[in-house]
Write a protein that binds this ligand. Structure first.
Ligand code: HEM
Ligand code: HEM
Length: 470
């Protein structure tokens, strides 16, 4: 049943506004809702308004098969929710945070003790930030293992890598802001790694720090990068990422094998099928972050003391893999050559020449799945073994001063030989095509890096000696 005002509003949409008497609110509403008028009741019209608003952001329909939760695990959506949460909580933190060595720590203490819900706000920001890193990493793995980086999604993989870098740097620059012992020394040790970059290293470190060690200039730099530059970068790249998904006609179509055609199949309306799933994922993430934030406080040590370094001094957890590499390799290899090759490899993944089109097929094939599993098991055993061997059994080649050859070229050549041998083995023994072989290599390297990170975080004690980290 239409109300009289509703009727005149519909008439007004068919004619010109001047011909019908409307209240000012109706005129404003009319100026916003310019769609095709139809007679509908109140509830229906509200639903249609909501729907047409959503369809500016979401496609009208999607292939039903891409809605299967086991394709995306909702990870991209989770990442988006966390980014939004970080923006919201970050903006609120700005009202109390003061970016100077004299005031930063005190402003955090004030926030958590004096401001209502201040501790919760800080916790939300902290756990969302760490959760985002984890979710984005898993999202990256799912995209890789479903072959969703191949054409027409190649560029989106690269945009994703930029997003990964932005999330990593956001975490890193945020880490310093509380200006406690943990923050000060983690940033000192991480930025000191830059010194090992030939020619530009020290200059780059001093430029980033705004001086020779973390101080007022560093806080100002990190604060500006954290709350302006990186958010601007995310605001540009996240929508671009989503735009590319639309341009690729949605997600990769899941298939059981490469022989199955890549047809979209049945299409369903986004509203409610997609939107309801996205809303469920968003609510779950919000509930999880809120629960964690209610029970676990973001860490805060004593105020930063540049004269007293903790033992051991560790980088933030996501850089512990590189710090662990530094224990085993000459700094040139640990900081430049190995990470540089890894980043190059990640950038090139979509552009290798693959034998088969396995887009949408989990792990390429059943054989690919087995080989990936074997690679993960091998790396989980071989990496700790190599760390142990290097710590206790290589004294003979470390007797002299740690040199570019004994500490760098030699172990690096061994590493390359292991990788090449592994690649050859899977190609020869398992008759793998190059999709499966590259996937197995990727698994080997990523698992090794994760294991190195875990060793650095949990198994390095005082003096960075092997043992349980207290
Ligand atoms: C802030 C970080 C990121 C956000 C918010 C984000 C968000 C999303 C969302 C919502 C999707 C749709 C489907 C899904 O949930 O998987 C998606 C797909 C995709 N993402 Fe991301 N992503 C991020 C980072 C990354 C990274 C690090 C990579 C890879 C290096 C990446 C590569 C891709 C690709 C290739 C697709 C298309 C997948 C397909 O068609 O199945 N994204 N992303
Ligand atoms: C991807 C986005 C972001 C990430 C990953 C991130 C990460 C972090 C991290 C890890 C901290 C240290 C928290 C702690 O453990 O004490 C932090 C602090 C902070 N962030 Fe962010 N942040 C992001 C976005 C933002 C935005 C958009 C703003 C504001 C415009 C912001 C403002 C702040 C402020 C003021 C602090 C200092 C307060 C504190 O340390 O508790 N952040 N951020």
């Amino acid at each position: 049943m239409l109300l009289p005002a509703e009727k005149s509003w519909i008439i007004a949409r068919n004619k010109t506004v001047e011909n019908v008497s409307l209240s000012i609110l109706q005129r404003i509403r009319l100026s916003i809702l310019t769609g095709k008028p139809e007679e509908r009741n109140d509830q229906q019209s509200q639903r249609n308004v909501f729907r047409s608003f959503l369809l500016h952001f979401r496609p009208a329909s999607v292939p039903e098969r891409t809605l299967d939760f086991s394709l995306s695990w909702g990870q991209g959506g989770m990442a988006l929710v966390l980014v939004i949460l970080l923006f919201a909580s970050g903006l609120m933190l700005k009202f109390s945070y003061e970016p100077s060595p004299a005031r930063a720590y005190a402003s955090i203490i004030h926030l958590v003790n004096q401001v209502r819900f201040g501790q919760l706000l800080r916790n939300l920001h902290h756990w969302s930030a760490n959760g985002l890193l984890l979710v984005v990493f898993l999202h990256c793995l799912r995209v890789f293992y479903t072959g969703a980086f191949t054409g027409p999604r190649q560029l989106n993989w690269s945009i994703g890598l930029v997003l990964f870098a932005a999330v990593l740097l956001s975490n890193f620059t945020g880490y310093l802001l509380p200006w406690d012992q943990r923050a000060y020394w983690a940033i000192t040790i991480s930025t000191s790694m830059l010194d090992y970059l030939p020619a530009v290293g020290t200059g780059l470190r001093e430029w980033i720090l705004g001086g020779s060690e973390p101080g007022p200039g560093t806080l100002v730099n990190f604060y500006a990068i954290h709350t302006a530059i990186l958010p601007a970068l995310l605001l540009f790249f996240v929508p671009w990422h989503f735009w590319r998904i639309r341009k690729a006609n949605g997600l990769v179509i899941p298939r059981r094998s490469e022989n199955e055609p890549m047809t979209a199949g049945e299409m369903v309306d986004s509203m409610p099928h997609l939107i309801i799933r996205e809303a469920a994922v968003a609510l779950l993430v919000l509930a999880a972050v809120l629960l964690i934030s209610m029970f676990f406080n973001a860490p805060l040590d004593a105020q930063a003391n540049p004269g007293l370094s903790p033992n051991p001094t560790k980088a933030p957890w996501y850089f512990m893999g590189v710090q662990e590499l530094l224990i085993h390799f000459h700094p040139l290899f640990a900081v430049l050559v190995i990470p540089g090759l890894l980043v190059l490899g990640l950038l090139l993944i979509p552009y290798f020449n693959y034998e088969a089109n396995t887009a949408g097929v989990w792990f390429c094939s059943a054989r690919g799945r087995k080989m990936a599993l074997a690679a993960a098991i091998l790396a989980s055993v071989a990496t700790p073994a190599a760390v142990w061997f290097d710590a206790y059994a290589t004294a003979f080649w470390r007797a002299g001063p740690a040199g570019l050859v004994s500490n760098g070229l030699l172990p690096f050549t061994v590493l390359l030989a292991v990788c090449a041998g592994f690649y050859w083995l899977v190609k020869q023994t398992f008759r793998a095509n190059n999709n499966e072989a590259i996937q197995a290599m990727f698994t080997l390297i990523v698992t090794s890096f994760v294991v190195l990170t875990m060793i650095g975080v949990w198994f390095r004690g005082a003096g960075m000696q092997l043992g349980w980290a207290a």
